[in-house]
Design a protein around this ligand. Structure first.
Ligand code: AMP
Length: 423
């Protein structure tokens, strides 16, 4: 095979058949659960004004400082491919007047994201997130309901997870904690790796989820954000945990969990899968009560999450739970002779018009070859038309599992198939 002239860009992938079937299944489960819980879909452009992300995600965050795909358009505007899902939804919520709708406003989204990260298993430069955002309620119930929505989704897919949860306080509490953490880490400066030294100035909270083994014991002794919470945040957090207990959702308190975005203000969480080593976060989110105001709206409490679709698919592929067939296997139409072939093509169109998955193929094959092809496609039934059937206006209906055959009037075949497939 000659080498193609072009390859896909590093860190991206193609979805080739039959892989999209699993995508459709996973996104379908997500969408059904979101709709059931009263969410409506929102979709925003692939790119936004760069300032939206610098302002919301934070200039010092890794996503903004290192990973954005930023470019100038022909008018000299600085635009960036969306690196995360929340800021654009907040922008759209404000711009489209969704803020005037009855609260809470509940939105879900399924979109690609782009980050210039070092590609490895489970880490791509273009990846899909499925997520939700809820605007306009500060109630702990919202936090628990949203976390429960994500947990239900994993449960329905048969994915084992561990839910990690932590809480950041209000702005004053976060400032106080940040100062304590910096003091503590500065006392260890001689032992801090270079990257951590830099983070100490720009994004000290992020040091807590460093995976560098040299940081393990230092982090273990670090002050914990939970001890610096303001009263209201502490009360809110314990109410959320109590609700999760009531809902039967197990969690682990994780004092090191901070996540990489600046806008979180309260409880935050991550779901960790069981299969993927370092890239084991299969979703995460939290409360961000200050972001709407930061982006020009009225103060509006909000809560949301984003789940990584590729990592969920990878978990599914490795887990033992069988993926349900996302699409019905087609009926296979078999014909013998030229006239019968023409009739089989007409019948195929009729079945497709009636919403019955069916395949009728061109190559002239003998009966045995055609039936072998039907078995290969795992067709539940094949329909056979030969000279005799053509004359009698009938079709042979063959059950591919039992091998039994029967004659069905041509005019009744579509309704007969529908009846059988519905059973
Ligand atoms: P984040 O908000 O950055 O925690 O992202 C939410 C989820 O998206 C993560 O838990 C991952 O499952 C997924 N994710 C984040 N970055 C990537 C990436 N580069 N490639 C694939 N999935 C990702």
């Amino acid at each position: 095979m000659s080498k193609p002239l072009f390859q896909r860009p590093r860190g991206t992938y193609d979805i080739v058949p039959p892989d999209y079937r699993s995508w459709r299944y996973v996104l379908g489960v997500f969408e059904t659960n979101s709709l059931n819980a009263g969410y409506d879909r929102i979709s925003t452009p692939a790119f936004e004004n760069t300032a939206l992300f610098t302002r919301s995600v934070g200039e010092a965050s890794e996503i903004v400082s290192k990973e954005m795909y930023t470019f100038e358009d022909k008018s000299g505007n600085s635009l960036s491919l969306r690196p995360e899902g929340t800021a654009a939804v907040v922008r759209a919520y404000l711009e489209n007047g969704l803020a005037s709708r009855p609260k809470p406003v509940k939105l879900y989204k399924m979109e690609p994201m782009w980050r210039y990260e070092r590609p490895q298993a489970g880490r791509y430069r273009q990846f899909y997130q499925a997520g939700v955002e809820v605007f306009g309620s500060a109630e702990p119930l919202i936090d628990a309901q949203v976390i429960s929505l994500a947990a239900r989704f994993y449960r329905q897919l048969g994915i084992e997870y561990s839910l990690q949860i932590n809480c950041l306080g209000n702005a004053a509490a976060r400032r106080k904690y940040r100062a304590k953490l910096v003091d503590y880490l500065q006392a260890h400066t001689t032992k801090l790796p270079e990257l951590v030294q830099a983070q100490l100035k720009s994004n000290p909270l992020r040091i807590l989820d460093s995976k560098d083994p040299a940081m393990e014991s230092i982090i273990a002794g670090a002050p914990q954000v939970i001890d610096y919470l303001d009263k209201a945040s502490a009360k809110h957090f314990s109410a959320v945990l109590e609700l999760l207990d009531n809902f039967g959702i197990a969690y682990e308190l994780n004092p090191r969990l901070v996540r990489g975005l600046d806008y979180y203000t309260g409880p935050l969480f991550e779901f960790w899968g069981s299969h993927q080593g370092m890239q084991n976060a299969i979703g995460g989110g939290g409360r961000y009560d200050e972001l709407v105001e930061e982006l020009g709206g009225r103060p509006t409490p909000a809560f949301g999450f984003d789940l990584g679709v590729e990592r969920i698919l990878a978990e599914l592929a490795k887990s033992k739970s069988a993926m349900p067939q996302a699409h019905p296997t087609p009926i296979y139409l078999v014909s013998i002779g030229e006239d019968a072939k023409a009739q089989a093509f007409v019948l195929e169109q009729e079945l497709l018009d009636g919403g019955i998955a069916s395949i009728c193929e061109l190559p002239a094959r003998n009966l045995a070859d055609q039936l072998a092809r039907a078995s290969k496609l795992k067709s539940p039934y094949s329909l056979i038309i030969g000279k005799k059937e053509l004359l009698d206006q009938t079709v042979i209906l063959k059950d591919m599992t039992s091998g039994t055959q029967e004659m069905v009037p041509r005019a009744k075949i579509a309704s007969e198939l529908s009846r059988r497939l519905a059973q």
